[in-house]
Design a binder for this molecule. Structure first.
Ligand SMILES: Nc1nc2c(ncn2[C@@H]2O[C@H](COP(=O)(O)OP(=O)(O)OP(=O)(O)O)[C@@H](O)[C@H]2O)c(=O)[nH]1
Ligand SMILES: [Mg+2]
Length: 367
């Protein structure tokens, strides 16, 4: 399936059903009171998160997503049926922007998280509401309200625990394919990977209860000046932003640059893209150790450690060092998540602010 991580759509909520002005009728008493019923509320449009979906591709077939209108009220005080909501399923991690103002309207944060993006019109009121002792045959009724319509831009940032940052051909896809069930394309030439791949890595049920797993993202290879838009890396660097941990995957046998040079360029690109991304917790993994002697591995491990990085050495092809890597990544993710949990009150506040503001605007009729 084609991978799409940015798409503009129109969402249209249903109009509220009109209230009507009718009167009870009886042959014996022709002048009876009002019985016009209310209309039904218009359906709203929501986005909801689904962990099983990881692209916005299915939204490209249709430009307008419309919920149903509410039905008009009836005589005898009958209320019209409410319009059905329209629910659009998107990947977790989809951010919603107003396409015109670019304002961030909300974000789909987790599975089943439902975000209102176009509120259905209010129901109309029947003439029964206007009846008073001195106004017994009201002709008034209120039409249903208009449903909201918005042009929205959806932007997907994949949610993974670990992101692989490396030059083309470093072995990122190979690594993902040997430690998860993902089957990305692997080849002996640069830029094999054109779209991000996610894989669930099972680090082993070593506490006897919990399955210790995490999600790893293999993104297309980065090159120097990727942060300025060169190569394919730029448009995918944003996917690394949401990961807890960056793994710099470096080809120790690369003839074009030393592991230290490779690491410095990669770090520079991440930092130039965003300071947040560049200062994320990270480890360095030296790959393809099967192609060089042990003293070379020891030398570059020491050089990179001197720069203050934790280093692990692997061979994705011979499986050397993979179990140690899985355990270490799992543990580091837990450390990171605990730190985030401690700071999470603040995060909650920011998210709630976005939704509260939207909801209160709805309530006040400002949207
Ligand atoms: N000898 C050896 N070769 C490896 C190892 N890991 C990967 N390779 C080879 O390196 C080449 C590139 O591997 P990929 O996994 O496609 O590299 P990538 O980083 O995903 O590359 P892009 O998708 O282009 O960014 C393939 O020919 C792999 O077989 C390793 O540990 N040892
Ligand atoms: Mg690849």
């Amino acid at each position: 399936m084609k991978f799409i991580d940015s798409i503009a759509i129109i969402v249209r909520a249903g109009k509220g059903g009109n209230g009507i002005a009718t009167f009870k009728t009886s042959k014996a008493k022709p002048k009876m009171g009002p019985d016009g019923g209310d209309g039904g509320k218009g359906g709203s449009v929501y986005l909801t998160g689904d962990n099983g979906v990881n692209t916005l591709s299915n939204l490209r077939f249709k430009g307008i997503y419309a919920a149903e209108d509410g039905v008009q009220g009836g005589a005898n005080g009958c209320t019209g049926r409410c319009g059905k909501d329209f629910i659009i399923t998107v990947p977790v991690g989809t951010a919603i922007f107003d396409a015109e103002t670019k304002e961030l309207l909300g974000e789909v944060m987790h599975e089943d998280h439902k975000v209102l993006i176009a509120k259905g019109g209010q129901k109309g009121l029947g003439n029964m509401h206007w009846a008073t002792a001195t106004h017994q045959r009201p002709e008034e009724s209120r039409p249903g309200g208009k449903g909201e319509e918005r042009n929205i831009q959806l932007e997907l940032k994949l949610v993974a625990d670990v992101g692989l940052a490396g030059f083309p051909n470093a072995g990122k896809s190979t690594l993902l394919s040997v430690i998860s069930a993902a089957k990305p394309k692997i080849a002996d030439y640069p830029f094999t990977t054109l779209v991000p791949n996610l894989g669930v890595v099972d680090a082993g049920a070593n506490d006897g209860y919990n399955l210790k797993s995490f999600v790893m993202a293999d993104v297309p290879g980065l090159i120097e000046f990727a942060s300025e838009g060169k190569g394919l890396g730029h448009q995918f660097l944003k996917h690394l932003e949401r990961t807890s941990l960056i793994t710099y995957l470096v080809d120790i046998a690369d003839e074009e640059r030393t592991p230290v040079e490779a690491l410095q360029i990669l770090k520079h690109e991440l930092m130039s893209f965003s300071q947040d991304l560049g200062s994320k917790p990270a480890i360095v993994v030296l790959n393809k150790t099967d192609l060089v002697d042990a003293d070379i591995v020891a030398k570059w491990t020491a050089e990179i450690e001197k720069l203050g990085h934790e280093v692990l050495t692997i061979s994705a092809v011979t499986n050397k060092g993979l179990q140690a890597l899985k355990y270490r990544l799992y543990d580091l993710i837990q450390v990171y998540k605990n730190q985030v949990a401690l700071a999470s009150d603040k995060t909650e506040e920011i998210t709630n602010f976005l939704f509260d503001r939207k909801e209160s605007n709805d309530f006040l009729g400002l949207n």
